[in-house]
Design a protein around this ligand. Structure first.
Ligand code: ZN
Length: 195
């Protein structure tokens, strides 16, 4: 039986690296994967999935309007091992339902990768429904400057002050975000204190 997987984490934990590594492993064994990423994320050019350690691959893109069930059904071949979705936090509730139908009706595994919460500590729509509906959840861990597990994403300005409000989606570059533990997210301490 196919399953819906959600691999979640704070920013810069290596989600995309894991996605690309898994895809590579399938292809090395002669199987195909369907890769999707968000149209929102044009950091590395549209239609590319690029990890910070330098791996890269071509991907299909989704916006909020795409019927992902129909799109996947049209692209499936006998050789398709699974579907992988990067930036899955940007999926809508409808699209999560569509991915559930891919798993349940087409019997194709779907592996999604995304952020658990936004910079205000609020859920993204896609992540919320993935946390509720996925068959398997797995956390990809990264650490705060203090060494604790980082679970939150802080957005900060040029002076290093944490920004607490604004648009949920503002992808410009990783330098404006830092992954923190809850304690340092709440206190707003973005860096290790200099002794
Ligand atoms: Zn910390």
């Amino acid at each position: 039986m196919a399953k819906l997987y959600f691999y979640y984490s704070a920013m810069n934990a290596g989600k995309t690296t894991k996605l690309l590594q898994s895809s590579f492993n399938y292809r090395e064994r002669g199987m195909d994967t369907l890769l999707y990423t968000s149209k929102f994320d044009t950091r590395f050019g549209e239609s590319m999935v690029t990890s910070r350690v330098g791996l890269t691959d071509k991907a299909l893109t989704f916006d909020n309007e795409l019927d992902v069930f129909a799109d996947i059904m049209n692209r499936l071949t006998e050789n398709t091992a699974c579907v992988m979705v990067d930036e899955a936090q940007f999926l809508t509730k409808n699209q999560i339902e569509q991915l559930c139908r891919v798993v349940d009706n087409l019997n194709v595994p779907v592996l999604t990768y995304g952020l658990r919460s936004d910079f205000m500590g609020e859920p993204f729509e896609g992540s919320l429904y993935l946390l509720l509906w996925a068959d398997e959840l797995a956390e990809i861990k990264t650490i705060c400057h203090c060494g604790r597990k980082a679970t939150m994403n802080a957005r900060f300005d040029a002076s290093g002050n944490v920004i607490r409000s604004g648009e949920q989606v503002d992808i410009g570059g990783n330098e404006r975000y830092v992954s923190l533990c809850r304690k340092h997210y709440i206190s707003g301490q973005c860096k290790k204190a200099v002794a």
